[in-house]
Design a binder for this molecule. Structure first.
Ligand SMILES: [Ca+2]
Ligand SMILES: [Ca+2]
Length: 531
């Protein structure tokens, strides 16, 4: 069996996408932020995770439960059980999306914010029924059933800038910073593959050594040291405070920080982790940090994140790797309160579906038809990386007519049945490649009756002149182009008469693209230019 085939089988059972799921990814956020998550919902859906955003207010009104956190957890569980949901983003801090305080005696406070409660959906987390959650007597399972992250946002502007950061991290990273790991405060071998640059920063250090390293760019940053809500410390030196976190400018060199320090991710209030994630111009794409005290004795937990990431034989979505890292330490957590508390408080501030990099970025070379007729058919696609077939997730999406995901090894064919003209998004995601973002247009066959809707070509057989009927209301909403058979634009069309006498006879397509703010799909109509 070829290695690609084995990987294919691994991916089929791995959590990156559930092949038969009705809804892969759930965003829960206050109603006033739901529209701001539109771009994120479309992005994740396009990349193969069918995603939706739900207003937390409606969850808290309609779901069953003794308090808000239990209602939210029961709601997540109902999605997981009935729709196969595997990914959850809590879109807001504790003041916007409820937080469960788990019992952590002596861990700075006796109760700690605990998003693992929304990830491990077994039991009630209060088996003994005393209203205190996460005690040893509460039979907590610890193992993740859904992968959970929290976006520490309060405003629509923050949602939009964070969505853009995640897209930049996946699509437009600076080419020279991905295979770089910074170890601040530890010299362990975390197992990066050959070719990685590993920098070690050990005390004594200067006040700005760490900040300057983040500006220079390291995709992965491990901090082993003390911290508070407002600063990271190495030895006795503050190496980053909230002012630094907000002023970083590493725009296309966003880091994923993992810190053993205390309260770096204390999301029930301001914390340095939130400052790093919410900085629109730089900082971090995501932060793994503790919501309360981090125990030095449990250092191996944080280190295992890298061993798991670099040793993985499949894809590397952040939330999945975070959860799989915790899985290893569950036997310890069942009997030891330090390990239990570490699993409770080690929190992901970020998108659990974010694809990490384990190598420098490579480009996908993808081939498929740019224009086809509507109707039942096989969509054929091939893709290569450096000239060789590679494993990739193909996602085909056309409104409510087509949504197909398929893991393929270098290509294949996917049955689809587009019924109406318009554009289908064609996306291929593969480890250590920016996603390929293409499209295929579908045109009505010539035997169809001439379209009468505004914005369409008036006649399908043309001699010298193409007349475009545009309704006055739609006129401003559309940009209309004439494409040749290969999908290349040959001219922009205006309402009314267009001179096409200079074009070679043959088949063309009129493509009417909605305005940037419209969510309508593009329309595509086949025309024939005759002599
Ligand atoms: Ca209890
Ligand atoms: Ca579980």
């Amino acid at each position: 069996m070829r290695p690609g085939r084995i990987l294919l089988a691994v991916c089929a059972v791995a959590g990156w996408v559930a092949a038969q799921a009705d809804l892969d990814y759930l965003v829960v956020t206050p109603s006033h932020l739901v529209p701001a998550f539109d771009t994120f919902v479309v992005w994740r859906t396009r990349c193969g995770m069918r995603t939706t955003a739900v207003a937390v207010e409606s969850v808290l009104v309609h779901a069953q439960g003794r308090d808000f956190p239990e209602k939210l957890r029961n709601f997540i569980r109902s999605y997981h059980e009935s729709l196969g949901t595997r990914w959850v983003l809590l879109g807001g801090g504790s003041e916007l999306v409820p937080v469960r305080m788990a019992y952590t005696p002596g861990n700075l406070t006796d109760y700690s914010p605990c998003d693992l409660y929304y990830s491990d959906l077994d039991g009630t987390w209060d088996a003994d029924g005393d209203g205190i959650f996460g005690e040893e007597s509460d039979s907590v399972d610890f193992h993740a059933d859904v992968f959970v992250g929290r976006a520490p946002v309060v405003s629509a502007a923050q949602v939009q800038s964070l969505t853009d950061k995640w897209r930049r991290f996946e699509q437009e990273p600076a080419p020279d910073y991905l295979a770089r790991l910074l170890e601040a405060g530890d010299t362990a071998n975390l197992g990066p593959p050959p070719g990685w640059f590993v920098a070690k920063l050990m005390p004594p250090v200067g006040r700005y050594d760490f900040r300057d390293s983040l500006e220079a760019g390291f995709q992965l940053v491990w901090h082993v040291g003390h911290a508070t809500r407002t600063q990271l410390v190495l030895g006795t030196q503050t190496i980053l405070d909230t002012f630094d976190a907000r002023s970083l400018q590493n725009r296309d060199r966003l880091a994923v920080l993992n810190s053993t320090g205390s309260e770096v991710a204390a999301f029930d209030g301001n914390c340095i982790g939130s400052c790093l994630v919410d900085n629109p111009d730089g900082g971090c794409a995501a932060v793994l940090g503790n919501s309360r005290a981090g125990w030095v004795a449990c250092r191996e937990l944080y280190a295992w994140f890298y061993v798991s990431l670099f040793g993985a034989d499949t894809l590397h979505a952040l939330g999945e790797n975070h959860a799989r890292t915790k899985d290893r330490f569950v036997p310890l957590a069942r009997t030891n309160r330090y390990w239990r508390q570490s699993l409770y408080v080690w929190t992901l501030l970020g998108d659990p579906g974010l694809r990490l990099w384990t190598d420098t970025a490579r480009l996908l070379e993808v081939n498929h038809s740019a224009v086809l007729d509507t109707g039942l058919q096989d969509f054929v696609i091939t893709f290569r990386s450096g000239g060789a077939p590679c494993l990739g997730l193909v996602c085909l999406w056309k409104g409510n007519e087509v949504y197909e995901r398929r893991w393929l090894d270098g290509g294949g064919s996917i049955p689809i049945h587009p019924r109406t003209p318009g554009e289908m998004l064609v996306t291929v995601t593969a480890p250590n490649h920016p996603a390929y973002l293409g499209y295929c247009g579908f045109a009505t066959a010539l035997t169809d009756s001439p379209p009468t809707q505004p914005g369409r070509a008036f006649s399908t057989i043309l001699r010298g002149v193409l007349r475009l009927e545009v309704g006055s209301r739609q006129h401003t909403a559309y940009r209309t182009e004439l494409l040749d058979i290969s999908g290349r634009s040959v001219m922009t069309l205006r309402a009314g008469l267009n001179d096409v006498s200079h074009l070679a006879p043959g088949v063309y397509f009129v493509r009417s693209e909605p305005s940037a703010v419209s969510r309508k799909p593009s329309a595509l109509t086949k025309v024939v230019i005759a002599r």
